[in-house]
Design a protein around this ligand. Sequence first.
Ligand SMILES: NC(=O)c1ccc[n+]([C@@H]2O[C@H](COP(=O)([O-])OP(=O)(O)OC[C@H]3O[C@@H](n4cnc5c(N)ncnc54)[C@H](O)[C@@H]3O)[C@@H](O)[C@H]2O)c1
Length: 425
Amino acid sequence: MEKNKKQVVGIIGLGYVGLPLLINFSKSYDVIGFDSDKEKVDLINAGTSPIEHIPSSDIKKIRTKYSLATTNFSEIKKVDAIIICVPTPITIHRDPDLSYVINVVDQIIPFLQKGQLISLESTTYPGTSEEIIGQKVQDSGFEIGDDIFITYSPEREDPGSKFPIQDIPKVIGGITDKCLNKGVEFYSNVFKTIVQVNSVKIAELSKLLENIHRAVNLGMINEFKIICDAMQVDPFEVINAAATKPFGFVPYYPGPGWGGHCIPVDPFYLSWKAKEFGLSSRFIELSGELNLSTQNWVLNKITQSLNDKKLSLTNSNILILGIAYKPDVDDARESPSLNILYELQKRGANVDFSDPYFSKLPQTRKFKINKDGTELNPKNLKKFDLVVLLTNHSKFDYEMIYENSETIIDTRGVFSIDRKKIIRA
Ligand SMILES: NC(=O)c1ccc[n+]([C@@H]2O[C@H](COP(=O)([O-])OP(=O)(O)OC[C@H]3O[C@@H](n4cnc5c(N)ncnc54)[C@H](O)[C@@H]3O)[C@@H](O)[C@H]2O)c1
């Protein structure tokens, strides 16, 4: 990178991860955002945020000499560093789907310039940076570590959290020492703490470990809550008591299952790779089983609660509160709410939903139900036999919900179970 010019960063994939990076990197560099979604690119260029919890004012503040967002990959020629943060989903058979990453690499290769840094931030299995990106770049005639520098730096963004991105320590691994040095030099202008590791594989695995740790603990705590329920003890009170221990305990809170683009997906990148070494990853498989069976347990609780009122699931009126997979975000990817809503509807219930972040039910690959959200007010709440709280958004008026609901199934520990009408699930 030339010393006297302001360096330019290209960020590819302007989603939940890439858009905050574009905003953040623009404080130190000129930026160009790349996305294949023309509608999203147009919105961003018009200064409108496509993501609820990212304010449009943050996009309007970005100052750059270049087009803020584009679908035109020839602009890659202008940048000094390329950050890739496109989706890394799994297939229905839980195999890694790297097609987005591969597609991006194929699109940028014709425009690569000597001296550029490529840093992958998408979550993936160990070996991706070297075996896929490195190999393709090398096959196109560049020397890794001399012409093109390749690093992996896992994204640790927590959508909806107020934790400043620049304060999150940045792990970086490089294919060669020169790659690592280039990456460290680049990222240290933005992040306060840089954590250099000895290989790209360590960096790739560190992200998987973080998410596997969360997935396994969520499975454990969801199982724990089912045991507590059988003993008629509130698991949230138990967790809060245990969490007073000042060392050696990390509190995890149960819910209706697991959700989001990361936790139900990423661990299977490691179990897939482990098979190559003849190894199985039993904790990962078990966490999948436990977190998914929690949804069925919640469904049983719903049926049982209706039964106690001498009602059947068929033709009962149920309101789901919260479609997003976690509080205060507009992201419903892999959300257990969608599974639960779909199952209830399939079994004959009349199901409505309310979520401050969704006026309509989001359409996903699996669920294509056309449904508008229900306005939360006393009159509407009184229409339902059961209100099921699945996502504890802070925008919900919980006292109004309590006052006007007949029975509430609370999967998030919002209401004390000592109150009438509350069923913990
Ligand atoms: N969302 C999170 O909380 C989070 C946190 C840490 C890491 N990650 C990881 O970051 C990566 C991105 O996740 P996300 O949540 O930002 O995804 P996202 O779906 O919100 O955004 C991805 C963006 O990439 C764009 N895109 C897809 N293919 C493209 C292509 N060929 N060229 C250009 N743009 C393309 C899409 O249009 C979309 O705007 C994933 O690997 C994910 O596992 C996500």
